[in-house]
Design a protein around this ligand. Structure first.
Ligand code: HEM
Length: 459
């Protein structure tokens, strides 16, 4: 039998098909990048769904009822808590898990099992948050469903934690963790603590409670843990990572940020132990130090990186930090003067909507299109419209909640429904813009260099 001639073409075809050839490696990385973007888009779309329907629509409904009756006490606590849970876990939690899985991928070995674990985590997390909402609203078999939902959420987080904790900053795994990662790690520990507390409380109300709502005093302390132990440090950590580049600021001051985290933790410990009157001062001090550490209000030394987003992006990010300070100061006022829940409510809203939501709307529209296969944001006009509506609604809500609930002036009750509709419109516009980006904007991933799940160019 004649031996086939070995030509240059067959050599190059063979070398292209060799397992370690640049073409094969490139193709493998490209496919994994696509799989990760797909995963991220699913987490983000799930989060948006929770944000709009079980979260914001229910929040608006609750506020309309409160304003109509001119009393917060007359509304179902289970419904108020269903709204809060859908926003914090369904929306913010899904975003954080999705971005976490996307940013810290194990691409060398075990990429398939990593992706499988991430999909299982998504299913359990989404099911847990949805079951909790349904149990609180419809009361069907809530004594079983409440602990089941909390167990699912904790198990989903355990999967996430196991996967991302295997990530090492360098191939030997000996490098020191960057300071911003430590802040995000402290926020992750906060989330773990929140989920454990939630599980214990769900079992408690399932066995002893008359309704699925957590008892009021416990709920207030639990909310402090959620807000200051989980949401706030997450935003600080990601601000430390991204803001020096995005806003063109000088590098952040790691020591001062660490001091801010320690003060914040002290505030949480005091609040959880029942000394909330002292704890609120630590939140003010911690927030002030965080702003200093991140140089949020110092002049930029480089041009802000606003390619692809609206030019108001740096303004809204800075405004979010003003809301953080407002929330902390309102906490002090609430500890001193609140007689109705209105100052506490205003402080919480300044934090959840003014700080967390404005930050997610700003940074989300900056980074998510790139993470979702190097797309461009669908509309920068929708971006500024959404942020303006949410900010306007938040100013109306925070000011009028204090005035109305505390019965300082009666006209403030009539402003609250408009504030809710304004925020609903802003958040819906944000959801439309992100979904429009995923569905209508083409992916440019094939033109971009890729690196272990994180696009090389985020400028
Ligand atoms: C249109 C936007 C929103 C409206 C109309 C709204 C409305 C409300 C209302 C009426 C309450 C009851 C307490 C009070 O009277 O202040 C409440 C509580 C709460 N909201 Fe919102 N909210 C909105 C957005 C958000 C967002 C974006 C988040 C989180 C990211 C959030 C998280 C919470 C939490 C954690 C609670 C406490 C629930 C509890 O008592 O356990 N809300 N909200």
């Amino acid at each position: 039998m004649a031996t086939p001639a070995v030509t240059a073409a067959t050599i190059s075809a063979e070398s292209r098909n060799a397992p370690n050839s640049p073409e094969r490696v490139f193709e493998t990385v490209r496919k994994r990048e696509e799989a990760l973007s797909h995963l991220l888009m699913t987490f983000v779309s799930t989060g948006l769904l929770f944000m709009v329907f079980p979260g914001t629509f229910l929040g608006v409904w609750n506020l309309l009822q409160i304003s109509g009756r001119e009393s917060a006490a007359s509304v179902s606590q289970a419904w108020l808590q269903a709204h809060g849970h859908a926003q914090v876990f369904g929306w913010v939690g899904s975003f954080i898990l999705g971005i976490g899985f996307y940013s810290i991928p194990k691409l060398r070995d075990g990429a398939n099992s990593y992706l499988r674990a991430a999909w299982v985590c998504w299913a359990m997390w989404a099911a847990g948050a949805a079951i909790r909402w349904a149990a609180n609203i419809y009361l069907w078999e809530w004594r079983v469903l409440l602990p089941a939902s909390a167990t699912l959420e904790l198990a989903a987080f355990a999967i996430f934690f196991r996967e991302v904790s295997q990530h090492r900053p360098d191939p030997e795994g000996k490098g020191r963790l960057e300071p911003w990662i430590l802040v995000v790690a402290s926020a992750s520990m906060g989330l773990l603590l929140v989920l454990l507390t939630n599980l214990a409380a769900c079992f408690y109300v399932a066995l002893r409670g008359g309704t699925p709502a957590f008892p009021h005093v416990f709920d207030q302390r639990y909310l402090a843990l959620v807000a200051w132990g989980f949401l706030v440090p997450f935003v600080w950590g990601f601000s430390a990572k991204w803001m020096p580049v995005f806003l063109g600021l000088k590098p952040f001051r790691p020591r001062i940020l660490q001091a801010a985290v320690v003060l914040n933790l002290t505030g949480i410990a005091l609040t959880v132990c029942g000394a909330g009157g002292a704890g609120v001062w630590f939140f003010v001090a911690g927030s002030g130090l965080a702003v200093m550490a991140l140089r949020m209000f110092e002049p930029a030394v480089n041009e802000a990186k606003i390619r692809g987003v609206h030019k108001s992006f740096p303004l809204f990010v800075r405004m979010a930090y003003v809301w953080l300070l407002v929330a902390a100061v309102l906490g002090v006022a609430a500890a001193g003067w609140d007689t109705s829940g209105g100052i506490w409510g205003a402080s919480r809203h300044a934090l959840t909507v003014g700080f967390v939501a404005v930050m997610i709307l700003s940074v989300g529209q900056r980074v998510l299109p790139a993470f979702a296969g190097m797309r461009l944001l669908w509309s920068t006009k929708l971006m500024v419209a959404g942020l303006t509506l949410v900010s306007l609604g938040c100013v109306m809500r925070v000011s009028c909640e204090v005035l109305a609930y505390q019965r300082y002036v009666t006209w403030a009750w009539s402003v609250l429904p408009s504030s809710a509709l304004c925020e609903l419109a802003g958040l819906t516009v944000f959801a439309i813009n992100i979904l429009g980006t995923f569905v209508l904007e083409p992916s440019h991933a094939h033109k971009q260099p890729v690196m272990a799940g994180m696009p090389l160019k985020l400028s």
